[in-house]
Design a protein around this ligand. Structure first.
Ligand SMILES: [Zn+2]
Length: 258
């Protein structure tokens, strides 16, 4: 416990929140916690996806998205609607699942929303900026292609949809394999989690956990949203730091479409 005292300084509110998360990270991942160099977001331990494509893949996610000039591309369109909350905390993250019927359109191509879940820190970076939280909305095309739509969050104002959802998110339990819960009285609408700007970055990436399968299309919204420090702290109580470290580009081109 002595190390906690020496590695979790709390000199200010923002640093205090990060210190709290760093402490939580150490407690939650005591078995493989390396010494925390500082209390900044980057100190949070990424999940260790190793072996196979996780180590040798050339199109891995997440990445640090470089500055990109806008190029013409298909517009994003959403057909998401309210649905009863189906949720599970698998210890790694909290997932909100959807029955078929919610669609993301990329030009003329439709992709069915399967679930969304949260990462702390955010995973993908924008021009070096690390985000405290990221949301992945996972979709599948009729042909079976996975599309991961990413919304990144900075610290700031409380996010209203997250405020409505947080009281209903299940705590993690010591035993894995927690069953999915359906809360018919609670409605969730993924449309409430989208930024006003539809500008997006696009790159070829992978699943971020073992076996790190490639061929996943990543669409990262250019405009970050905000969540409050209290909301971030609450997410930190529900699951530990769970973002994979950024991966090399290996010559991939990232496009920006307005
Ligand atoms: Zn994810």
């Amino acid at each position: 416990m002595k190390r906690l005292a020496t590695t979790c300084p709390h000199p200010g509110l923002r640093a205090w929140v990060w210190g709290l998360l760093a402490c939580g990270a150490i407690l939650a991942h005591a078995a493989h916690a390396a010494p925390a160099a500082n209390a900044a977001p980057a100190a949070a331990r990424p999940t260790a996806a190793q072996g196979g494509l996780c180590s040798s893949g050339q199109r891995q996610s997440p990445i640090d998205i470089p500055a990109s000039r806008a190029t013409p591309g298909p517009a994003l369109r959403w057909d998401y609607r309210a649905a009863p909350l189906r949720v599970v905390n698998d210890g790694h993250t909290v997932r909100v699942r959807f029955a078929p019927g919610h669609k993301l359109w990329l030009g003329e191509q439709a992709h069915t929303l399967q679930q969304f879940h949260f990462h702390t820190p955010g995973g993908d970076r924008l021009q070096g900026e690390d985000f405290p939280m990221g949301m992945h909305l996972l979709h599948k095309s009729a042909a079976g292609r996975l599309v991961s739509l990413v919304v990144l969050f900075r610290l700031g104002a409380e996010h209203p949809a997250l405020a409505a959802l947080l009281p209903h998110l299940p705590a993690r339990t010591p035993a894995q394999g927690q069953p999915e819960q359906t809360l018919a009285a609670v409605q969730v609408n993924a449309a409430q989690w989208l930024p006003a700007s539809h500008a997006y970055y696009r790159y070829e990436g992978s699943v971020t956990d073992t076996p790190c399968t490639e061929g996943v299309l990543w669409l990262v919204m250019q405009q970050p949203l905000e969540l409050s420090a209290a909301q971030l702290a609450r997410l930190g109580q529900l699951f530990g730091p769970n973002a994979r470290a950024v991966q090399p580009l290996h010559g991939r081109v990232v496009t920006l479409t307005n």
